[in-house]
Design a protein around this ligand. Structure first.
Ligand code: NAI
Length: 293
């Protein structure tokens, strides 16, 4: 296992926090960066809670908990990322904002630093093209929750060097994850296959054929899924999930198979993101989750 790799994770939301935990558990020194102080504070508190639960369940001991916590430092200062061997970006799913971040990053890090994006759906080639050394850019797509989900998609862009691909696969394998190398196409593998799962469920709901709690119940009880589509959208974040659908729809030249839903758009606009905001399709602030309408 690579124990002394210096890793920077940019964006301390749902994914960035989980990725930082994975890297820190594997023994890497992690700088978790965000522009938002509150997001960093929330991430630090959540890690403490998560690890304490693991101690209670006797999955790890106090020494291991302290080791993981001490491997992560939280920062709002970009310059502190300058010594990183690997940077993983997990900020908002917006191509222009990601491209700007990557081009700025190059002014701070060493020429051999690998720059990775955790994007769910955007073009890695386009992100790489914002850099002077596009051959060091690659997609590393973790799934939510990153510490629990085994699969990681690794996505080389057409510009990515063989060496960067090999090093990335080795690192992610060292982090005890299973790597699937995916082509740089919209949604890669899993997010493309998953689109109809969400969109058909939304269509059934919008057509008034069933309410979302019944759809979730059916998919779990009869379909054998661990989570129903609406629970899963709330878990992922309706803002993130909607944006990914919109990106895939646009990238496939408006193929109606991937058409986004107004229902989810309105939830996102109302900041009903799901679990992370306390309300989505379901209301997480009340004792019993119940439909919001
Ligand atoms: P999130 O909304 O939970 O967190 C994003 C974080 O990035 C926030 O803390 C925000 O303050 C920060 N941020 C935004 N712009 C920034 C900037 N310019 N510089 C530094 N920090 C900035 O989002 P989430 O869900 O963690 O998603 C992040 C990325 O991971 C997206 O590209 C998303 O598509 C991808 N992803 C999301 C999954 C999910 O289930 N939520 C699963 C796999 C990938």
């Amino acid at each position: 296992m690579e124990t002394n790799l210096k890793v920077a994770v940019i964006g301390s939301g749902t994914m960035g926090s989980g990725i930082a935990q994975v890297a820190a558990t594997a023994g890497c020194h992690v700088h978790l960066y965000d522009t938002n102080h509150a997001a960093l504070e929330k991430s630090e508190n959540n890690l403490e809670t998560t690890l304490s639960r693991l101690v209670e369940k006797e999955k790890i001991d106090e020494t291991e908990k302290d080791r993981i916590i001490n491997n992560i430092s939280y920062t709002t200062t970009f310059a502190e990322l300058s010594h990183s061997d690997l940077v993983i970006e997990a900020i908002v799913e917006n191509l222009d904002i990601k491209r700007k971040l990557f081009s700025e990053l190059e002014n701070y890090v060493a020429p051999e630093t690998i720059l990775a994006s955790n994007t769910s759906s955007l073009s890695i080639a386009s992100i790489a093209a914002s850099c002077q050394k596009p051959e060091r850019v690659i997609g590393i797509h973790f799934f939510n929750p990153a510490p629990l989900m085994q699969l990681v998609e690794v996505i080389p862009a057409i510009q990515t060097s063989e060496e960067v691909l090999e090093k990335t696969v080795q690192t992610i394998t060292d982090w005890k994850k299973v790597v699937a190398i995916a082509k740089d196409t919209p949604g890669f593998i899993v997010n493309r296959v998953a689109r109809p799962f969400y969109s058909e469920a939304l269509r059934i709901y919008e057509e008034g054929k069933a309410d979302f709690a019944s759809i979730d119940w059916s998919m779990k009880t009869i379909g054998g899924f661990r989570m129903g589509p609406f629970e899963l959208m709330d878990f992922i974040g309706n803002d993130v999930n909607y944006t990914v659908t919109e990106t895939v729809f646009t990238a496939f030249y408006f193929d109606p198979r991937y058409k986004p839903s107004f229902t989810q758009k309105r939830l996102s606009e109302a900041c009903y993101f799901g679990r992370k905001s306390g309300r989505g399709f379901y209301n997480y602030n009340s004792e019993l989750p119940k439909p919001t309408e």
